[in-house]
Design a binder for this molecule. Sequence first.
Ligand code: NAD
Ligand code: MG
Length: 299
Amino acid sequence: MADQYLMQDPTTMYADRVPGEQYLAGAGTDAELAQNVPADHGEDSYRGSGRLEGRKALVTGGDSGIGAAVAIAYAREGADVAIVYLPEEDEDAQRILALIKDAGRIAVALPGDLKDPAFAREAVETAVRELGGLDIVVNNAGKQQHVEDVVDITDEEFDETFKTNVYGTFWVTKAAVPHLPPGSAIINTTSIQAYAPSPHLVHYAATKATVNNLAKGLAAQLAPKGIRVNAVAPGPIWTPLQPAGGQPPDALPNAGEQTYLGRWGQPAELAPAYVFLASGESSYVVGETLHVDGGMPTP
Ligand code: NAD
Ligand code: MG
């Protein structure tokens, strides 16, 4: 286990967690991923220090991967947390909801499909009701399927990727903004793909460029209301999205080698960026994209 509070060599961290080849059907789960190599969400390491005391957060895709690490960190920093996830991921979700409760915080389960605008609106309204308000929104749910050739990207695949990543972000944000008091934060999960699209991920990369741009535009629009909007751009992070069609199975063992650190990142290494952007510590940080990618050329 890597304790993020100890000085350590980032090149050798997680050397025991290099994945093998794997394919997961559907959205994939952390429960299945763990049969290959388990991901680190900070379960045994994240220590809160009251940075989000009394805050109320909605994290989409909070059942697994990056969103799960964010949900755990937010709860340990003192926030009540609602998570949106696909109903088939309930096993993962229940594990994260239990960890939120273990931190002494309110945990709200919001299973459903963000491709449906009615569900997106309802999820926000339920979160507001159950949490007694809302002041952090993390638009993190996402779909990624690799397709090598543009002629093989079906219209349905293109549509579902935009519906999940872009429309879902828009619908959740639109429903949430009227509830957000000054001091609130919105954080979009974009990607290194927004800046450096891979040839086999062109439609996914386009959604992430849009999500990044939405964060920049909304940052300008909402700053006068005291709502800060920022983005986090992860590099290759070991999460279910990757073996569930995000990458070809045989690319998984080496996918981290393109980074300056030469390895995969773990969800636990993302959480502090989301904590920083949500907390009042980042009060003068607006419209920023924080790259957490092990080192890659970025603008
Ligand atoms: P993940 O599979 O653990 O998380 C994605 C979550 O999105 C799923 O758990 C699921 O609950 C949710 N989701 C997907 N479709 C949904 C829908 N229609 N309705 C409701 N929820 C839905 O994988 P992750 O890698 O942690 O992904 C989180 C975000 O990080 C995504 O936006 C992804 O694009 C982004 N990202 C991931 C990487 C990486 O290398 N893993 C890199 C850059 C960006
Ligand atoms: Mg999941």
